[in-house]
Design a protein around this ligand. Structure first.
Ligand code: SF4
Ligand code: SF4
Length: 166
């Protein structure tokens, strides 16, 4: 989450870039950040192409970032989601961005509530539910049309937060 007073209120409500909703891992760009992540107790791992990450949901997230006012890796302190980026460049108003983020939060809540009522899905995490439609819908999710459509809506909304084409 970016430290920016005008955005801090919505970020405190949201947390989707730290709680595993938007990302399953956070990219560490340099040695300094790697050492910082390790000193914070964040478990790091590297991929076959030698990129280094720490896991999401972040262990330091508890409703909000618990070290928000302390030194954090660049991927934390520099990140800003797409709607807030567009506010900065005057492409949309803060209200528009806030509505977009709140809609994603509400849709995520609806997905989890709907899944909790279905035996096959009641113990699924959000990422597991998103995987049901990726890369294409599995046969099981197609038997639950309402949930399927709600997950698709959520995927579209989340992609808009990270500028990913749906
Ligand atoms: S996704 Fe956007 S609004 Fe939500 S915490 Fe991250 S930067 Fe803030
Ligand atoms: S350290 Fe804070 S800002 Fe960085 S991923 Fe964890 S909770 Fe988010």
């Amino acid at each position: 989450m970016e430290i920016d007073l005008s955005f801090s209120k919505i970020c405190m409500q949201c947390g989707m870039c730290c709680d595993g909703t938007l990302f399953t891992k956070a990219n560490i760009k340099n040695r300094e950040d790697e050492l910082l992540a390790k000193s914070l107790g964040l478990p790091t791992f590297s991929t076959s192409d030698s990129k280094i990450f720490f896991e999401q949901p972040c262990q330091l997230f508890n409703k909000t970032c618990t070290i928000y006012d302390k030194p954090r890796p660049n991927c934390c302190s520099k990140f800003i989601c797409e709607p807030l980026q567009k506010v900065r460049t005057n492409e949309i108003t803060f209200n528009d961005a806030e509505n977009q983020i709140l809609l994603a939060l509400e849709t995520r809540k609806q997905v989890m509530e709907m899944a909790s009522l279905i035996t096959d899905y009641k113990n699924h995490t959000l990422q597991q539910l998103l995987t049901e439609i990726t890369p294409k819908p599995c046969a099981k999710i197609l038997q639950h049309k309402q949930l399927f459509l709600k997950i698709v809506s959520l995927r579209v909304l989340l992609n808009k937060l990270i500028q990913k084409k749906s």
